[in-house]
Design a protein around this ligand. Sequence first.
Ligand code: F6P
Length: 330
Amino acid sequence: MVMTETPKHIAVLTSGGDAPGMNASIRAVVRCCAYYNVQCTGVFRGFEGLIEKEFKVLDARSVKNLINRGGTFLKSTRSDRFLTEEGRALAFQNLRDEQVDALIVIGGNGSLKGAQILGEEHQFPVIGIPATIDNDINGTDQTIGYDTALNTVIEAIDKIRDTASSHNRLFLVEVMGRNAGDIAVSAGIGAGAEEILIPEQNLGKERLIKSLKQSQKSGKTSSIVVVSEGKRTGKNIIRLSKYIMKHLPEYEVRVTVLGHIQRGGAPSCYDRVLASRLGVFAVETLLNHTANMMVGIRNKDMVTATFEESLTNRSKINEELLHVAEITKI
Ligand code: F6P
């Protein structure tokens, strides 16, 4: 969408699962607006707050001491009402009443989909900033929060390894990622996991047993298996642990579900810089009269991508990473 008028008032919200670096991104949006003398309004509680008119004017000082904080000070929700046409019409009306000219949505694929629909239904200028620990958005090489989550996961697995090797145990460690195995693969390589099980690659339980036997034969006394979460956190991994205990009774198996600790904590430097760059670029894209796109990073450069491209054709898991994992586990 090409805008004819330069926006004078921009609103910003965070939506969906929070991700470390969201605060840094809001901060960059607010300060970029202040830099260009554009009014900035923060919307609390994501799309739900858009429907409920939970607005607050933000200036450069309202976002002090935020760059280092995890979570999102604007709060976040997964809004059921925004999934309905009536909910979106109300949200649009509230933006009009508040004289907001454009909206920046910081979130994962569900949130960006919401932004896309709002923009299309009401011809309202919207920009999406990809922020999710899952890293499951096409159109950007990396999402805000992914790097921090990886560091959290490897720190946790390093600790688990200490106790695993002391007791000669096999640990199954469940990580988040929804339908994407990115966290499992990168953290698995980074933490030296013996096996990595991801949704994109169903290799079967028999192969896992074979591989664990092989690793035992090669002299390993303890093992870490990183498992991507299933549809319900913690459910599949318990079933898997029972299967392993049945087929490898000599193994002492323990399960750790890392859960929501992966979403918390201070953002890494990489995420702070990425979030700051994307926040500034989002505002400048609007000021350059372009809207209804997602901003992202490609080969270290800031880029725009259509929502359609960003939310479909999710690129497959990096085969080279799987190859490295396969070689380094022996
Ligand atoms: O999308 C981020 C994420 O943390 C996923 O990895 C996970 O599947 C989901 O959100 C958990 O959602 P909730 O916080 O609603 O349980």
